[in-house]
Design a protein around this ligand. Sequence first.
Ligand code: DOR
Ligand code: ZN
Length: 348
Amino acid sequence: MNTVKLRRPDDWHVHLRDGAALAAVVKFTAQRFGRAIVMPNLKPAITTVAAARAYRARILAAVPEHMRFEPLLTLYLTHDTMPDEIDRARATGFIHGVKLYPAGATTHSDAGVTDIAKVYRVLARMEETGMPLLVHGESPHPEVDVFDRETHFIDAVLQPLLERFPSLRVVLEHITTVHAVEFVTHARAGVAATITPQHLLLNRNAIFSGGIRPHYYCLPILKRERDRLALLGAATGGNPRFFLGTDSAPHSQASKENACGCAGMFTAHAAIELYAEAFESAGRLDRLEAFAGHFGADFYGLPRHDDTITLLKESWVPPEVYDFGDGALVPYRGGESIAWRLAESGAT
Ligand code: DOR
Ligand code: ZN
């Protein structure tokens, strides 16, 4: 297959940032995806409907005029979130999830949740109203090994949570392990997961190949080859619980190449192309369309798109850096080749 035509996909997990960074990156997402679930971990975090409304306007203002793109906003769950904020969020029609960051788990998660019991009243309202809970599923405690944080969270926090709120809709974001794949596969109805391109294409050796490679550092951290293979099996397996979420997370080159480098990989410039590589490696390009354009929309109760994009089997080399406002942004595969290219009609 040298050409793949897909119903226009959506990205169910992306970081677009704000200000000059937003202006630098949003076009990459809007070129490929019709909609995206936009993460709320700004500084200050998007904790209210008012903040989400203003952020949505800034995103739309940064989208190039000729592109059609619908940002789907999220709220950042804190101990101060009130149940009636969920009702207001529901009423907007543009807020589609509430994000749970365990405090200390990742970038800008310090305003997050230290004790899940403190947000039970909000979760109850979300369960009643059908508002999805989007979960960064890692236990941040120092005594938990960094490679075991997802597994620990699933067993210690998520499983009991799903029992306490049996109708709560939950997306376990950016899953990385065999354990998460098995957990989501067998979980009750209303539980789904997103999978990133880097977790389908790389294992943890990438972080240490010939030296320490900060551009492969993201959270949850890359795992073993057997985990990667389980994720590839889940993504390409046709199970509607697993769908596309890039977790594209841009940071400036200076904050990545640093004694204490930030977590996050930027993949938005080639997101669907990278998924095509992964699906092709599994001999399942035929399953890419549903993973990218059907299952997420169905989970969120949104219509599938009517238009299409086309991918060509033509290798190209992304630049080593993109402009990122007042710094540079190192994209995944910058200066290296990518096997699939977005056709012009789906581009600018
Ligand atoms: O690697 C990551 N980067 N993981 C996250 O959970 C957050 C993200 C970011 O915002 O940079
Ligand atoms: Zn993320």
